[in-house]
Unconditional design. Structure first.
Lengths: 387, 360, 387, 360
């Protein structure tokens, strides 16, 4: 295991200089064969890239420097993510970095921070997230996996699902029910558990690509020390919800659609549809939608740069980006003719893979809060429409 | 296009007989045969022969069932509703073109002949890709479904039809895996000996396009039934998700598309059965295939969305419907291609539209 | 007042011969200046045409011959309506003919039938329909206009709205609340009232065309004889609902969209958009939608021809036709450029009136049961989705 | 496009000052002036002059306010939210072109000059329709708003700009009534004496198109606010109709379109203020106008639908928003025209798109 070096002070750089530094870093260090991966990487594939980032202190952009993070301002975090996405950098098994780390920093005990944070940065602990349950998809708060205190240990029973890459993780953080009655959002606590605990079983789920990106995780009398509780008992829900403030903007990043639109252009040129005026009109509409999406994204980014926090209306970005992404891939399918039904990219060219991207896009309106649930939330919290 | 009662009863019987192979909505066979060669069940194929399905469109005098497009479409729809993997449309097209040469072994299902007509993706032209000269076939035909299970191919060329055994010298078969777990093959002919037969594939390709539209109608109905059932049983926020108005309205919109597809397919079949030829028949087919292709993609996409997370897993059957739609929506021409063809033809609605324009 | 002649036996004609007879009748008798009127005609404009139809016995296609109707079969009624629509025949003030007549024939007393039916046919009574109320739009059953029996008279108080051409009518049939408590569909009765009754006030409402097609009708202690009740007391709701069986198919007739599509083609040719491939692709899609709509309409018409009754799924036709009509007029607006903002047709040509038809089309998804309400009904009664 | 705090404060003040003429959502003046010549209030016009709005885009050296497009768009948006009938965009374009010749009486509102640039519907070309030779103007300009209230017209020709008094001999004004209750005029010039001035209308027309997009943004927001309010108060089936999920989601979709329009308009304004010229500026304007035109039609149409029956009556204000959108969506180029222009220009997003395409 490498230990992270002390990170340089990125805040001393101008935004432009920092952007250039990110570009240089990616060009110098990102493994070429991992750019724009067709699927989410497993740990054995992503490990080298994880450790490269770790060894340069580039792994945790949002963490304060004293915990080994980059300590980036909102403005620079936006640049960091933007450049990573633009480059097509491979996504890491990053639940420890993005979700658990900030939560521990805010709510964890000193012991938890000093024990767990360095092991995330070193790659010793790879975390997965145990929130969703089979009967509580969009209605997350109705979760039923329960933990009961038995002496100095929590005893966990239940089942989680949609746990991304659980088969690669050696630790899981999870929401469990520790009290019943009252509002369902109450009585939920936040626990940490090693994946090799007796009683934990992992069953991979094949997604529509037949890739084992998700798992079910079963808990059968799993025992963890009392000290694995993070924050106050029965306060896990609001802790976990509050976490998703800043990151929500990235669900609405224009990069995924920009990437897809580039592929559409490439495909249209390859198939000879580029000069068809009917196609071009549709393409132009998609390009306009992307440009306006970009402008809308920037207005939210501006709020972050000004130090404001984002309201529920940031969900507009996620709705629009996911649906635009889908419309772009739908258009690919329409021009692809019989290629739309083939399993492999056209001529083996990964940039000519309409069917693959189309299937990937199906997930965009479902995960991270379905479009329907996002619209419910917007109607009530932004427009103030009655229940 | 009122249909007489006897014929309706016949069509009902054909639909019932299709249930003997798989009940509507039962897609286990489709799942079992994914990624396994030849991609379908030869025993089921023989049963289809026994039921008279392979030669359904072949004249009775030539040993077929001599039935119409309404019957063929009803059958194809039932096959679509169970995602039946057997290549009935491509085989039925071949034996229909063979006509008196169809032969009892092909009609019975003992011998499988498939039509190989397509030069390239996105084209409806059966003439290109392969040429026949001096008794030898050369060139390339693409996108032939289930080719690994065929015994022979009936190949379209500018000179006519050429019948080629699968094991003929000079024939190489390249299998491209398809989204539905089957394959679409490229056939490379390098001076292959074959038998030249007369025949023009044009009309038969239109019939195959219409039958594919009917199969897609079955796909639509299968996906929709699965989804409506899910809406009734899956609970979120303490209620069945089917009680959410947005999902209700979307289900209604998909039902409307299914109804339009059925009306479009059945009226096109009646049009062909009524003796329409040329532009009138082509326009009817293009209309039905454009509708079926678009509706199948819309309905299966939305079926995934309405299933939520579970819809994105391989174990949920709804994905099988989507992947079949991905393969068949473009087959025998996709929506955009048929829309263009429809526009280029004298549209049958032009009379209605132009008639109205004669205002005072 | 002319009296209707005894009607010929149209059932003796073949469908084809009947279609030809309707075409001939329209060509011979329909006033030329009333074809394809831009707005709903008032009685003074429609009167001549009404009386022509009456004098030939062509006024009431669905009524039995013994009541002076044409006694047409379902098949011939479809032809009658189809040819009238295709010709662009002016719509009459027809609530007495289409709605009240059939209801009286089914539920009225012999006295009511012998008194009112001939006066409808003669044009002596022009009826309007008092169903909707200001606070009970889509939720018609929550109506509050009430009638209380006072000796031998009903005393009516309340307000109706969206009453088509009430200012032209001399009689109104209306739904009133005669009992409270219980399901709101119960306790509703069906009454008849002369429009010159003391206490009735009519206030025309301008629609978006600023045409006075609708009215509000106020009832202030309006007294009508007890005998003006039709059918049983408190049973008015189911009577009125049952009435709308056969006629519902006509809300989904393809003629309105066919007419609009013809206008779109004419407009596109006039403006030079016809040869634009982007326009032509959209036009083709609309033409395909119309052709498929026509096919779907015929499947419902076939059911009627076979003597079957239509279920709730007939609403699919209304939803699709009204939204197709709107998409056609939306397309008109898109190609019309600045003409879309002018009040008068282009060059005074009534066939080149994109804005006018666009505004007319707005009503299609609202009246006769809004698209939203129709979808609610379909979801529950056809798909069986839970409330 | 981060904007500094001082400028944001200035923009807020301009918005506030617009409330002095009508508060957001108050469309009574718009209703009052329908079908009444000249279609707007000359007293209000003078007040607009006092507030520096007419010369908002004129250099301070020439007596104007010297403000940017962000300020102009903020103002136009506020005017749109109250359906303000005064022809500010056409007048501001004229005085901006006049520049040092604008003159204090025009900037103060005492004298009303309107730009007359358009030869025919569906065109953005300012050169056609009228020609100037031997000191005389001949030809025809169309679609001039509020012309009955003008004192002069600034007419674009191939030779340059020509200033013509409204009562000049040989000028005939034909008023065509418009859907918003105003008029669009055709000006017939028959050898009219006028003053030739230098200037090219191209850039100013782009600014007018963008200001019109901003006005439409106000229309969108006005219609949406009215509708959301109606959803909260109108009851059906014993609940507020705004509790119906379908209507909630539709309101969210309209809100999204409003947000996209705002982002598009404001980023285009910032682009122009940042010094963009040529294709870059034109692409930004086309993008904003295409979005605003489409969104305004969508939102106002849906606003009618969400109001139900009452939305189809003349007394409901929502129809006023729709009719304003019908007039302004096509003004200075509609969505289809600007989409075509955008496609023809080097799109600024092409870099982003092409950049991504450089895969491994």
């Amino acid at each position: 295991m490498t230990t992270p070096t002390q990170t340089p002070d990125f805040d001393a750089l101008s935004d432009e200089a920092f952007r250039a530094a990110v570009q240089t870093f990616l060009a110098d260090h990102h493994p070429r064969h991992l750019r724009n991966p067709a699927k989410r990487l497993h740990w054995d594939e992503a490990r080298d890239w994880y450790l490269i980032l770790a060894s340069h202190g580039w792994l945790a952009p949002s963490w304060p420097r004293r915990y080994g993070g980059m300590g980036l301002s909102a403005s620079k975090q936006l640049i960091y993510v933007d450049e990573f996405e633009r480059f097509g950098a491979a996504r890491l098994p990053d639940h420890g970095i993005i979700l658990l780390g900030p939560l521990l920093i805010r709510h964890g005990s000193e012991e938890q921070k000093s024990h767990f944070l360095p092991k995330i940065l070193s790659g010793e602990h790879i975390w997965c997230q145990g929130y969703s349950e089979p009967n509580a998809g969009s209605d997350l708060a109705s979760l039923r996996t329960e933990a009961v205190l038995d002496g100095e240990e929590w005893v966990i029973n239940g089942q989680k699902t949609w746990t991304t890459l659980a088969q690669d993780a050696n630790w899981i953080f999870l929401l469990v029910r520790t009290a019943k009655g009252g509002r369902k959002q109450e009585g939920i606590s936040f626990l940490l558990a090693p994946m090799d605990s007796p009683g934990i079983t992992v069953r991979p789920i094949l997604n529509i690509h037949r890739h084992d990106e998700f798992c079910e995780v079963f808990f059968d009398n799993v025992r963890v020390p009392k000290s694995n509780l993070v924050g106050e008992i029965n306060r896990g829900w609001s802790m976990a919800k509050a976490l998703l403030g800043f990151e929500r903007i990235f669900l609405g990043s224009p990069r995924q659609s920009a990437h897809a639109l580039a592929r559409l252009k490439h495909l249209a040129r390859h198939l000879g549809a580029w000069d068809d005026p009917v196609f071009r009109d549709r393409y132009t509409q998609l390009a306009l939608d992307l440009a306006d999406h970009n402008a809308l994204f920037e207005t939210f980014a501006d709020r972050l740069r000004r130090g404001e926090s984002l309201g529920a209306d940031v969900s507009l970005l996620k709705i629009h980006q996911s649906e635009l992404f889908q419309r772009i891939t739908d258009t690919m399918m329409e021009i692809a003719a019989e290629h739309a039904g083939l399993l492999d990219p056209i001529g083996g060219d990964r940039d000519l893979d309409p069917a693959g991207l189309f299937l990937t896009a199906r997930a965009a309106t479902i995960y991270g809060g379905s479009s329907e649930v996002q619209r419910n939330i917007l109607a009530k919290s932004v427009l103030g429409l009655p229940s | 296009m009122s249909i007489d009662a006897d014929r309706l009863e016949n069509i009902r019987m054909i639909r019932d007989s299709a249930q003997a192979i798989a009940r509507r909505g039962d897609v286990r066979r489709a799942r079992d045969w994914r990624d396994r060669l030849p991609g379908f069940d030869r025993a089921v194929w023989r049963k289809m022969g026994d039921l008279g399905w392979i030669g359904l469109r072949v004249d009775e005098a030539d040993g077929g069932s001599g039935l119409g497009m309404l019957e063929f479409c009803a059958l194809a729809e039932e096959l679509g509703a169970t995602l039946t993997p057997e290549p009935l449309v491509a085989a039925a097209a071949a034996v229909r073109l063979l006509g008196r040469n169809a032969g009892s072994d092909r009609l019975s299902g003992d011998r499988i002949v498939l039509l190989a007509w397509q030069e390239r993706a996105g084209s409806l032209d059966p003439a290109g890709g392969a040429s026949f000269a001096g008794g030898r076939l050369s060139g390339c035909k693409r996108l032939v479904p289930a080719a690994d299970g065929a015994d022979e191919f009936l190949v379209t060329t500018e000179s006519g039809l050429v019948l080629v055994p699968r094991d003929a010298a000079g024939l190489t078969i390249e299998l491209l895996p398809a989204q539905d777990g089957g394959h679409l093959a490229t056939l490379h002919f390098d001076g292959v000996q074959g038998e030249l037969l007369p025949g023009d594939a044009g009309r038969v390709l239109d019939e195959a396009a219409l039958a594919t539209a009917a199969y897609l109608l079955g796909v639509i109905e299968g996906a929709l039934a699965l989804t409506v059932d899910y809406l009734k049983t899956r609970r979120q926020f303490d209620v069945p998700i089917g009680s959410f108005q947005t999902l209700q309205h979307r289900a209604v919109d998909l039902t409307l598309q299914a109804a339009l597809t059925r009306a479009s397919v059945e009226s096109a079949a009646a049009c062909l059965d009524g003796g329409a030829v040329g532009a009138e028949a082509q326009a009817a087919v293009s209309r039905a295939k454009a509708r079926a292709s678009d509706a199948a993609m819309l309905v299966t996409r939305q079926a995934i969305q309405l299933h939520g997370g579970i819809g994105y897993t391989d174990e949920c059957d709804v994905g099988l419907y989507l992947r079949k739609a991905m393969v068949l929506a473009p087959a025998y021409g996709g929506a955009a291609l048929h829309r263009r063809r429809y526009a280029a033809l004298q549209s049958p609605m032009d009379d209605i539209v132009d008639g109205v324009a004669d205002g005072p």
